[in-house]
Design a protein around this ligand. Structure first.
Ligand code: CAP
Ligand code: MG
Length: 430
């Protein structure tokens, strides 16, 4: 072999100052044996923009203008600037194919993790963003200050549509706002989506009448895109104002389509993140939940799961707060992340769920504040006196937290809370 056969180094420029409209990504990376950090940085910038493994016989001049540049290297962290001309406006899948595509498979890297990307104003303008956002959800449910509340009938799957609707009614009558489908419940022979939606609508109307409160459901339309559109229309026609989508398993293209469709139907989107831990759990490799949540805000979900820090699933307190703050902010200035001005993109409600029960509600509210949705599922259906008492206990825990009263003190004259604390106290499930 004679001479140099690759040109990765042309994608490294530590004197480069990003243009205002460059899209910038932040990666954690570990070079493979024998590869320097600079060489690895060049490979990341090259393979995610305009390069390839070897020098080329014909190279259009414009590559010099549109190529990405690794411009800042700090230990195991690299920042890459991508000229805006690389990106198709409004195309989320293409963004991922660039900054989260081939580079994860490069042999020159032992590990790579996309931590964040700063999206320039011109780029975010090409996306719809949430139709409702935080204030829209609050006005749909007429819940002004406290956290929005919801629960999933448990077991995850097993109830008939009629039984599911009964559990929903008990949840609403206990004071909860929302009844959510579980992430893996769509339509089964014994609990068809259409049947569930219709039966629950009847009991929703009854619960609204008897309580005077707004009640709604997060019915899971997850599936093939045209089928999701059909189900969204069915929800709208039955008076529902939310739809639930498992955004990772459905994919960004489908979520973009449903963001448009649900926007037209006035449906708020609840984004479940099932499967996120396949790529965000390893701190050294994959894609951060922070970036996934950012992308979903850009595309236009209205609320998304961010974790609990104290429940049964992974996610540290620092991560949960960082993601929630990014979702609710109009601009982000977190020293560990990239800056982000959200322009007109509405804020998104963080959802905390997973192993919660009344005894853990004060901690979660301390972490997330009131601008969140709390999903307490096993934590109400496992109450010694059943679902309605469990929901009341959770509501009482929210009231105590908002009034700054110790739970055990508040439980002295709130029997449902007392019963919940007698069973779980402050138990943190694993
Ligand atoms: C919680 C849940 C949610 C998880 C999702 C479940 O039920 O319904 O899907 O919280 O996790 O199926 O486990 P429980 P995350 O309240 O009974 O635990 O919110 O972290 O995405
Ligand atoms: Mg679930």
């Amino acid at each position: 072999m004679t001479g140099k056969i690759d040109w990765y180094d042309e994608f490294v420029d530590f004197d480069y100052t990003p243009a205002k409209d460059d899209l910038i990504s932040l990666y954690y990376f570990e070079p493979a044996k024998g590869i320097s950090a600079r060489e690895a940085a060049g490979r990341i910038a090259s393979e995610s923009s305009a390069g390839t493994w070897t020098t080329l016989h014909r190279l259009p001049e414009r590559v010099e203008k549109i190529k990405a540049r690794a411009f800042e290297l700090d230990g195991s962290y690299v920042k890459v600037a991508y000229p805006i001309d690389l990106w198709e406006p409004g195309n989320a899948p293409q963004l991922l194919s660039g900054i989260a595509g081939n580079i994860f498979g490069m042999k020159a890297l032992r590990n790579l993790r996309l931590i964040d990307a700063s999206l320039p104003a011109g780029y975010i303008k090409s996306f719809k963003g949430p139709g409702h956002g935080v204030s829209g959800i609050r006005s749909l449910l007429k819940v002004e200050k406290r956290p929005v509340t919801g629960a999933v009938p448990k077991p995850k799957i097993g109830f008939s549509a009629a039984e599911h609707a009964e559990v929903a009614f008990e949840t609403w009558m206990g004071g909860f706002d929302l009844v959510k489908d579980d992430e893996n419940l769509t339509s089964t022979s014994f609990n068809r989506f259409e049947d569930r939606a219709e039966r629950m609508a009847k009991l929703r109307d009854r619960a609204e009448k008897e309580t005077g409160e707004q009640k709604d459901a997060l019915l899971n339309i997850t599936g093939e895109t045209k089928e999701m559109i059909r189900k969204a229309k069915l929800l709208h026609d039955s008076g529902w104002r939310f739809a639930m989508i498992d955004v990772v398993t459905c994919g960004t293209a489908a979520v973009q389509t449903l963001s448009e469709e649900c926007g037209d139907l006035g449906l708020a989107i609840h984004a479940h993140r099932a499967m996120h831990a396949a790529f965000d759990r390893n701190p050294k490799h994959g894609i951060s939940m922070y970036f996934l949540a950012k992308l979903m805000r850009l595309i236009g979900v209205d609320e998304i799961h961010v974790g609990t820090a104290v429940g049964k699933l992974v996610g540290s307190k620092k991560d949960v707060v960082q993601i929630a703050d990014m979702l609710r902010a109009s601009s982000v200035d977190d020293k560990n992340m990239l800056s982000q001005d959200w322009g007109k993109i509405k804020p998104v409600l963080p959802v905390s769920s997973g192993g919660l029960h009344p005894g853990l509600i004060p901690i979660v509210m301390d972490i997330l504040g009131n601008d969140c949705t709390l999903l307490v599922s096993g934590g109400i259906h496992g109450h010694p006196n059943g679902t309605r008492a469990g929901a009341k206990a959770a509501i009482q825990a929210i009231e105590a937290s908002m009034e700054g009263i110790d739970l055990k003190e508040y439980a002295r004259n709130h029997k449902e809370l007392k019963q919940a604390l007698d069973k779980w106290e402050y138990f943190k499930p694993k």
